[in-house]
Design a protein around this ligand. Structure first.
Ligand code: ZN
Ligand code: ZN
Length: 381
């Protein structure tokens, strides 16, 4: 069964997906001179993030060094120790995109190693706007409890998804592009997250990009050359790294083995879903790939097959959106979202994903959209 498929029906006793497994202490060599080090994270739908160490004569380059927390940093130190390395040996940090489980640990590493920091030149863009979850809304609710066939309470899932890691993030009360106000969490939760946000600001440092990269750049890591592949979609600044000689592809969150990344409609790109499709095509067309190393989950071999199945999942969803529109007539994003998702997933994140799909269809000319007299976007199939 395609794990990314969502039928909209309750599926008890779902198996824990590989991206949700908690971080293993064991360090594994997943390709020549490439070590997989799993660091702990606790985000909806995710149990670990893979930090890859690319080993060379001078030490190591780290790709995605995890969250800024003490526990993540301790785990990183421990994994490096197993490989005979220290944080001071990490002369380079590469960050695939501007999400905190990927870049959060970078500053701490670089303060100790005085190394260089590589990310896409538009890196800061991903920090604008409201906090977004890492994985698609469908995949948020299979976290941990999924093993027992339970679902996590809606509020805690939503609160987790709103974890205030992004600087400047606040529960926005401003209107969304599709009309209406962003949902406001209960007072108690606002207090709790207000406090966490303050703490987050003090301990989360945004790394300085010493070596901004663009697609097509060639960078030397782990004693060989990697091509930078710009893959906007999940974020505008997402990059992957490709070493064609050894068939290694570092995929970040662009292509995950069994879940799909969150594609937000709240993006500087008018059609982030199209950007994601284009980036999936780019990745699928690459030759000389034997080992795909995702930021969450286990290595896998067939990049093109996985890209195509993720595209298929979104095309199915686009078909479902059109079907809903034909069934219910002219409708708001919220109304379409309520037909597309299970009730426990309803909320701003599900609206944002629905909006991304609707805007994609509208820009293709498949559906119409207009504002009603209350400023709400109305879509018509
Ligand atoms: Zn991400
Ligand atoms: Zn991620």
């Amino acid at each position: 069964m395609d794990q990314t498929d969502s039928s909209g029906k309750a599926t008890p006793k779902k198996k824990k997906r590989q991206e949700q497994e908690s971080a293993q202490e064991e360090v594994t060599e997943v390709a020549d001179d490439v070590l997989r080090m799993q660091l702990p994270i606790n985000m909806p739908g995710l149990g670990h993030v893979n930090c890859y160490a690319l080993i060379d004569n001078d030490g190591a380059a780290l790709v995605d060094p995890g969250l800024p927390s003490d526990s993540s940093f301790k785990a990183l130190e421990d994994r490096l120790r197993q490989a005979g390395l220290k944080v001071e040996d990490c002369h380079t940090v590469v960050v695939t995109h501007s999400h905190p489980d990927h870049f959060g640990g970078a500053s701490r590493v670089l303060e100790r190693s005085n190394g260089r920091m590589i990310a896409h030149h538009s890196f800061h863009l991903g920090m604008r706007g409201p906090e977004k979850p890492e994985v698609a809304v469908d995949d948020l609710h299979t976290h941990e409890h999924a093993e027992n066939g339970e679902s996590i309470p809606e509020d805690s899932a939503r609160a987790e998804a709103h974890k205030p890691f992004t600087p400047g993030y606040s529960f926005s009360r401003g209107p969304t592009p599709w009309g209406g106000q962003a949902p406001r969490p209960p007072f108690k939760m606002r207090m709790k997250y207000g406090l966490l946000r303050l703490l987050g600001r003090t301990f989360m440092k945004i790394p300085t990009i010493t070596d901004p990269a663009i697609g097509g750049d060639v960078i030397r890591l782990g004693g060989r050359e990697f091509f930078v592949v710009h893959t906007p979609g999940h974020t505008e600044d997402h990059i992957c790294l490709h070493d064609p000689e050894n068939g290694v592809f570092l995929a970040g969150d662009h292509v995950l083995p069994s879940i799909t990344p969150h594609i937000s409609g709240l993006s500087v790109d008018p059609d982030p879903l199209q950007a994601f499709f284009d980036s999936l095509d780019t990745a699928a067309a690459l030759e000389h790939i034997e080992t795909v190393l995702p930021a969450h989950g286990h290595p896998f071999p067939d990049l093109a097959a996985r890209c195509n199945s993720i595209k298929e999942h979104h095309h199915e969803r686009l078909g479902k959106v059109k079907e809903i529109g034909r069934e219910i007539g002219p409708a708001t994003v919220n109304a379409i979202m309520q037909h597309l998702f299970r009730e426990r997933s309803w909320g701003s994140m599900a609206e944002s994903e629905t909006y991304a799909h609707l805007e994609h269809l509208r820009l293709l000319g498949d559906i119409d959209g207009h504002n009603d007299d209350k400023g709400q976007l109305i879509y018509e199939m």
